[in-house]
Ligand binder design. Sequence first.
Ligand code: NDP
Length: 221
Amino acid sequence: MSHVLVIGASRGIGLEFVRQYRADGHRVIATARDAAGVARIEALGAQALKLDVAEPASASGLAWQLDGEKIDVALYVAGVYSTAGATQPPTREEFDRLMHTNVLGAMQAIPQVAPMVEAARGRFVFITSEMGHIAGAGSSFGWTYRVSKAALNMAVASARHDYPQAIFAAMSPGWVRTDMGGPGAPLAVEDSVRAMRPAIQALTPRQSGAFLNYDGEPFAG
Ligand code: NDP
């Protein structure tokens, strides 16, 4: 039995990770920022913690709530999206909203959680997006979101040097039918998570810091 932490698990991909890891009998701690999310996590038999990754308190609150647990698999899933392109500058409000949740929240989680992942020689995986693949950028659609996910990829690629006993990865879930992905997305959330779990398990120390697709294949460039 592994010990799994899912940050941002009130719905969508995060909640599906909770569902699948629990179904396989793993011990799961998961976070949500409101009571409805906490209830959905608890209904799956997981322990729920209250956390808004965009709030200043999240910089230390997670470590305090976890209290030195050993974590085999930690997942940072919380994320927000916007579609606007580069023909207009993003507002400061919009930029801050995306960067706080997609980047700062992850950067604040790393020093709190990575030592617990190292203690288990575990894996710390950040759910990113193919839209953060600099070499693959085909348009500016979702400009600020692209910038935030590219920054997340760098946060992961560089932080791993400080935590050599953990395996870090930035993983794209594919285009998934969730509130964010919309009804036209080709991948069911169950299938995205069912593909990512073995890919996470198969990660090797040599791959630490990599940017991978949901099947574990690295993005080129
Ligand atoms: P959803 O919109 O369905 O869920 C987003 C999740 O992030 C919710 O649990 C939400 O919580 C949480 N969240 C947002 N802001 C905060 C915050 N400030 N603090 C804590 N939790 C927060 O999206 P998905 O499940 O589709 O996305 C999950 C991840 O996958 C994201 O990082 C996203 O960028 C990434 N991704 C998704 C793709 C897709 O096609 N769906 C494609 C590529 C990447 P709450 O319910 O409280 O809002």
